[in-house]
Ligand binder design. Structure first.
Ligand code: F6R
Length: 246
């Protein structure tokens, strides 16, 4: 695993955006695995700036998002489809037909997950997967568990995730209790992975996930087994990790 430690969130975002840019320039018809959440917002803003300057062209690029709340429509401001449209897709020249997010409106979980697996398969897998890191070590919505979940599946969100995500909803009761998420196997099959971390709140879990034992109780720890992972973070998020490795 390679680590890039940036002095702050802005510079960490620029580094992540640089890696995505390189991917899109080298392989314009690549498949990007994308994440939502607070962390990649700065990365997406940077990509938009470079697109506006004429440095990037997403016209042939495809994207497959990690997850979606079950029950939310694309028009729901809290849905991950809405997030992707407003934070990235509406501002670049990606063809929305080439962007995929699990279908939150499909209430038949088995059908929704099977359809998403087929989308991932039909695209030949993911070239570059972007990840954020949950405070409990989750990636996508793969929550701490007794085994690594392999394929796209429906999860019951943990209390800590519901509490963390409540900041985006009017009340905590409005946070959906279930979500569809890409599984660990699909994430691990990505040819390259960039995980972005920011802020001191992530410092402990970064250390645990990347220097601790590989266990489904810390889902991100499985990334230690991938042969092309780049951890991009600011000094605050990497503080505990850096203490151990230096
Ligand atoms: C989002 C996702 C989640 C987030 C994680 C960190 O698509 O899959 O795993 O990456 O919850 O969220 P933030 O970036 O808000 O701290």
């Amino acid at each position: 695993m390679r680590t890039y430690c940036a002095k702050d969130y802005y510079h960490a975002s620029r580094m992540a955006a640089n890696i995505i840019s390189a991917q899109v320039i080298m392989k314009p018809d690549c498949v990007l695995g994308l994440a939502t959440g607070s962390t990649p917002i700065g990365t997406y803003e940077q990509l938009i700036r470079w697109y506006e300057k004429g440095d990037l062209d997403f016209s042939e690029t495809h994207s497959i998002n990690l997850d979606e709340y079950k029950g939310l429509t694309a028009e729901d401001e809290q849905s991950y489809r809405y997030f992707m449209n407003t934070h990235l897709f509406d501002h670049i020249n990606i063809d929305k037909k080439n962007t995929f997010v699990p279908d939150g409106t499909e209430l038949d979980s088995e059908k929704a997950c099977r359809a998403y697996e087929e989308i991932i398969r039909a695209h030949g897998g993911i070239d570059l997967q972007i990840l954020g890191l949950g405070h409990n070590g989750h990636i996508g919505f793969n929550e701490p568990d007794s085994a690594f979940a392999k394929e796209t599946h429906c999860v019951k969100l943990s209390e800590s995730t519901i509490t963390a995500n409540a900041r985006f909803f009017a009340t905590i009761d409005d946070v959906p209790k279930e979500a569809y998420t890409m599984g660990i196997k699909s994430i691990m099959q990505a040819r390259k992975i960039v995980i972005i971390v920011s802020g001191e709140g992530k410092a402990e879990i970064v250390k645990k996930a990347f220097l601790g034992p590989i266990t489904p109780e810390v889902p991100a720890s499985v990334l230690q087994l991938h042969n092309d992972v780049i951890l991009v973070g600011d000094e605050a998020a990497l503080a505990e990790y850096n203490k151990e490795v230096q």
